[in-house]
Design a protein around this ligand. Structure first.
Ligand SMILES: [Zn+2]
Length: 437
């Protein structure tokens, strides 16, 4: 590679994920640092996301991601960064400049000057990367401290004077654990969007189940919050809405908690969106949510959500030899997939960015090679039976591949890993409710 080309690539390396996302015309959410959307290359819904806080991007459909703008641009534009042309083309898009002409002959002075600039650029990039890493650490620590604050303010769900947390679990899971892990807060604030000065806005505050995420040392690294509304069957969670960017552009007003739900046509047109009644703060990656029992137990039982873990525990009577947990989400239960094990769904098809119907790509059953310890929830070495609860109301092919991946990821010599499936179309929570009448 000539000096000019090296400098060109180094310049492109200095471009942030945020700047590259703007060049690619990617969508930014109104607030927050995580910006999910369909992958411009692979299609799908919310398959792709970039994070301007962590300086990362990820495509679940393509099973690929990274922490640089060049890689993100290459994926979105379908370029192969492993090839010289692909790499240079991606750099050219990132910088908005043509690839320098290598045929040009340069004088000794020009070469010296270029070398000097290249060296300066490289040092600057290193310094920028170190500063970014430091600010990411700081950001993570702040978020963890906030999560610990939320956990501290909540009281034990089992002993709380306010029974709504217990009632929620009784309605959803037919019972609740006699354990002190899960907590309850009578008025936990729900933040959404920003005011004109960029300060976060409180959409409402209300009753919520607060659960800690703990690491292998049992230290709290984050928290999981489920807002509840006992007047809203069958999920008993509040219906929350937010104005979308499109809605804002159309001059519509923010949705307030006391307002009636937006019109169905406005929701269908994407002017308002339904907001999740669950949120996580701090870190969840590599951690888990304890539900009942202690991690010292040699039998562990759990799945993605808290409700399924509680429902299954109620059904088998919360065995004394068992630790019940939730992973918080499917990715944290299974860990990432080996990209080459990705396969086409046998039946389902989806239109790509150009509207052409293509087989839906499914994350494969093989765990990604060389994955990090915190790429999936931790499981203690002494565990000899790990019962994994599958989600029966999610897409079955995707779930089956994910559960096979979880089993492979957590496999150890001498450890049994049965996968338990609820009745088709059900989750354990719904089965518990229907049999508990
Ligand atoms: Zn993609």
């Amino acid at each position: 590679m000539s000096e000019a080309i090296k400098l060109f690539v180094e310049d492109a390396r200095a471009v942030s994920i945020e700047a590259a996302a703007k060049i690619l015309n990617l969508k930014f959410k109104r607030s927050g640092v995580e910006h999910p959307q369909p992958c411009p290359h692979c299609g799908g819904t919310d398959t792709f996301a970039f994070n301007t806080g962590k300086e990362k991007w990820n495509c679940r459909a393509g099973g690929i991601g990274g922490n640089d703008a060049i890689g993100m641009v290459a994926h979105c534009e379908g370029l192969d960064v492993k090839s010289r042309e692909g790499l240079l083309e991606a750099c050219s898009i990132v910088l908005g400049r043509d690839i320098p002409d290598e045929g040009e002959r340069e004088s000794d002075e020009d070469r010296q000057a270029r070398k000097k600039r290249l060296e300066e650029r490289r040092l600057q990039n290193e310094a920028d990367a170190a500063a970014r890493a430091a600010s990411q650490d700081e950001f993570r620590e702040k978020e963890r401290a906030k999560a610990r604050g939320i956990i501290k303010t909540a009281t034990g769900l089992r002993t709380s004077v306010d029974p709504r947390g217990r009632h929620y679990l009784e309605y959803r899971c037919n019972g609740f654990p006699d354990a002190s892990w899960l907590r309850f807060g009578a008025s936990v604030p729900y933040w959404h969007g920003q005011d004109e000065r960029g300060a976060p806005l409180e959409l409402f505050s209300g009753p919520a189940i607060v659960a800690p995420f703990i690491g292998p040392d049992l230290v709290e690294i984050g928290c999981h919050i489920t807002w509840i509304d006992l007047r809203q069957p069958p999920k008993y969670r509040p219906l929350l809405y937010g104005l979308t960017k499109k809605g804002l552009a159309c001059g519509l007003l923010d949705w307030a908690f006391s307002d009636a739900p937006p019109l169905a046509i406005d929701l269908a047109d994407g002017l308002y969106e339904q907001l999740p009644a669950k949120k996580m703060r701090g870190s969840k990656k590599g951690g888990l949510i304890p539900i009942a029992g202690h991690p010292d137990c040699s039998r562990w039982v759990g799945g993605e959500g808290i409700e399924n873990g509680v429902a299954f525990g109620v059904w088998e009577g919360f065995r004394a030899d068992t630790f019940y947990f939730a992973a918080g989400d499917l990715g944290n239960l299974t860990g990432p997939a080996e990209p080459s094990s990705r396969f086409a769904h046998p039946m389902l098809k989806k239109p790509d960015a150009k509207g052409v119907l293509r087989a839906l790509m499914v994350q494969g059953p093989k765990p990604k090679r060389d994955q990090g310890a915190d790429d999936a929830m931790w499981v203690a070495d002494h565990v000899d039976e790990l019962v994994l609860l599958a989600d029966g109301d999610s897409e079955p092919v995707m779930t089956a591949a994910a559960m096979a991946r979880a089993r492979a990821r957590h496999a150890r010599p001498g450890r049994l890993i049965p996968i338990v499936w609820p009745r088709a179309g059900y989750d354990f929570s719904r089965m518990a409710v229907e049999t508990g009448e």
